[in-house]
Design a protein around this ligand. Structure first.
Ligand SMILES: Nc1ncnc2c1ncn2[C@@H]1O[C@H](COP(=O)(O)OP(=O)(O)OP(=O)(O)O)[C@@H](O)[C@H]1O
Ligand SMILES: [Mg+2]
Length: 338
């Protein structure tokens, strides 16, 4: 891409104090990502891999242990006071649960008005105009304005939460599983809303999800995260066609099939074991304890990221083979299970 990234995360590390004395939870460990203006980028991985912590650290809800977050080239860790507040506004977080992110006692109009006041829109006429505009942008009818947020459906509430985030004209939305709490039937509608926002407003979006099928549809690129580290990233289609890290292969294969006939005929467990504790992560490659391809060397050092094609990298010793289809973590798994 020739444009400069709107968001650049460099070697970000977020550690929490563990309940085990003197130990730390390595939730995010040396992660670097980039987001370009108007781009939807997926971030996927199993539960506990550090996706939310990464998102929360980017917007300042968690404190980074080290590393940098640059918005339009400006390092947020060097800012303070009003400058930091202004920059933080440009980064908005959309939560998974539309029931906890809104105040039940407010009407939709009040919720949006409040967000606009916080955003610094002083004139009541201007706030009225923007409220109408925001409702329109998220596809809600103007009659909804007078209703209490508790009276709305899950999908409508998530739209209001998104409208609140948009009140400050953000450059980047971090969307943390924003549709997973919604009924299947309205997921697609809210997903379409993100696609429209990207097109109409040019907002860049980091889309966190378990559901790989959803991300594939919406995102131009995808990052795959495992136990605090990025293991692979690349253009969506390429990553889905040629996943080149054993973890990505297994994650893709274990995503539920839309077609129940395929789902029924699936053989064996596709994802072995559970994610190890981020308090005591394995040495070397973090995935090696569950990897059917692991060899002794995988325990010695972190595998370097191999560039497989423009913009597609995977941190595995066997990445080039996997990319060429010469090996498969899944086939290997069947062999070892036999
Ligand atoms: N405030 C905290 N204090 C201590 N540990 C934490 C804290 N927040 C998260 N963790 C731990 O950090 C790790 C990563 O958690 P995180 O919520 O980022 O994962 P996730 O990928 O978002 O998972 P999920 O898909 O279930 O939402 C987990 O082991 C979690 O228990
Ligand atoms: Mg999470």
């Amino acid at each position: 891409m020739t444009q400069a990234p709107v968001l650049k995360v460099e070697n970000l590390q977020t550690r929490f104090k563990s309940v085990q004395r003197g130990k730390y939870v390595h939730a995010v460990d040396d992660v670097s990502i980039e987001l370009y203006p108007g781009e939807i980028v997926g971030l996927v991985g199993e539960s506990g891999c550090g996706k939310s912590t990464l998102g929360r650290t980017i917007v300042g809800l968690e404190k980074a242990t080290s590393g940098r977050v640059l918005l339009d080239g400006v390092d947020l860790t060097t800012l303070s006071g009003a400058a930091l507040r202004d920059s933080r506004r440009a980064l908005q977080y959309v939560f998974q649960d539309p029931y906890s992110s809104l105040n039940d006692r407010q009407t939709v109009g009040e919720a949006l008005d409040e967000a606009l006041v916080i955003a610094g829109t002083r004139s009541p006429e201007e706030r009225d105009r923007r409220t109408k505009e925001l409702l329109d942008q998220v596809g809600l009818a103007s009659v909804v304005r007078e209703r209490h947020t508790r009276e709305l459906s899950g999908g409508q509430r998530q739209r209001v939460a998104i409208a609140r985030s948009l009140a400050v004209n953000p450059r980047v939305l971090i969307c943390d599983e924003p549709v997973s709490a919604l009924d299947l039937s309205i997921r697609a509608q809210v997903m379409n809303l993100f696609l429209r926002l990207q097109k109409d407003l040019g907002v860049a979006c980091l889309f966190i999800a378990h559901d790989l099928a959803l991300v594939r549809q919406a995102a131009s690129r995808v990052y795959v995260m495992y136990l605090g580290k990025l293991v692979e990233h690349g253009p969506s289609q390429e990553l889905y066609d040629r996943p080149s890290h054993p973890y990505s292969q297994m994650l893709l294969a274990s995503a539920p099939e839309v077609d129940p006939r395929i789902e029924k005929n699936r053989r064996g467990p596709l994802m072995i074991g559970e994610v190890p504790s981020p308090t005591n992560p394995p040495s070397g490659c973090r995935f090696r304890t569950r990897c059917p391809l692991a060899v002794d060397d995988c325990a010695k050092a972190l595998p370097p990221a191999h560039v497989l094609s423009p913009g597609h990298t995977a941190a595995c010793t066997f990445a080039a083979d996997l990319h060429r289809g010469k090996r498969s973590a899944l086939l290997q798994q069947e062999v070892s299970a036999a």
